[in-house]
Design a protein around this ligand. Structure first.
Ligand code: GDP
Length: 195
């Protein structure tokens, strides 16, 4: 995927701050610290487009990245950070649901999971919500470089089973350290955008 221009168009906490629905959007959901910011930076080949942090629970807004005046990548706030209050967790859930349930231009919601960790109940709920709402349920397993090839294959199978993915749907490995995987993921997004 060749990207010339990528910028943070909008950070939103509610629908009144969302950009117009004039461009297709691919949204990314996942636990905080799963590697969503790093993923967006790697795909767009920008080191600091999305904020990355080793401290989980930082992203509390929905971030809209405008790509080549052509489509948007949408970074949803990471869920599952234990050290925040229930009220704050409820706010996040509402923020995510408010976006996902009312946005006609979303073409796909992609779930990111950490390749080393078994999906949590929130990951499973998120995956179920995605497929129940008619999306194809693409799952990307991040930080693949942290596992050996054998370990990775075992983990991908475990994640597949745990989420209850259909037979024909593969979990896609991803690593910011692996140009081939970055390119393959870019091609998956290109295919989505082609329709
Ligand atoms: P976010 O909270 O989901 O946006 O997660 P970040 O993108 O901030 O990443 C969380 C941590 O995981 C950071 O320390 C990243 O450097 C690290 N990380 C993310 N992706 C990868 C990857 O593919 N490989 C490795 N080794 N580390 C990664």
């Amino acid at each position: 995927m060749k990207i010339n221009d990528a910028s943070l168009e909008q950070m939103a906490v509610g629908p009144n701050q969302y950009p117009k629905t004039d461009l297709k959007e691919i949204a990314f959901a996942g636990r905080s610290n799963v590697g969503k910011s790093s993923f967006i930076n790697a795909l767009t080949q920008r080191k600091k487009l999305a904020y990355t942090s080793s401290k989980p629970g930082k992203t509390r807004t929905i971030n809209f990245y405008r790509i080549d005046n052509c489509f948007r990548l949408v970074d949803l706030p990471g869920y599952g950070y234990a050290k925040v209050s229930k009220a704050m967790r409820d706010d996040w859930a509402q923020m995510i649901e408010g976006y996902l349930a009312n946005r006609s231009n979303i073409i796909e919601i992609i779930l990111l999971v950490d390749s080393r960790i078994e999906p949590t109940s929130q990951d499973r709920e998120m995956y179920q919500w995605i497929v129940d709402n008619g999306f194809s349920g693409i799952v990307i397993a991040t930080k693949a470089d942290k596992l050996s090839r054998n370990q990775l294959n075992r983990q991908l199978k475990k994640i597949h089973t745990s989420l209850g993915c259909p037979e024909e749907q593969d979990i896609l490995p991803f690593s910011t350290e692996d140009q081939d995987l970055i390119q393959e993921t870019g091609e998956v997004l290109e295919d989505l955008l082609a329709f």
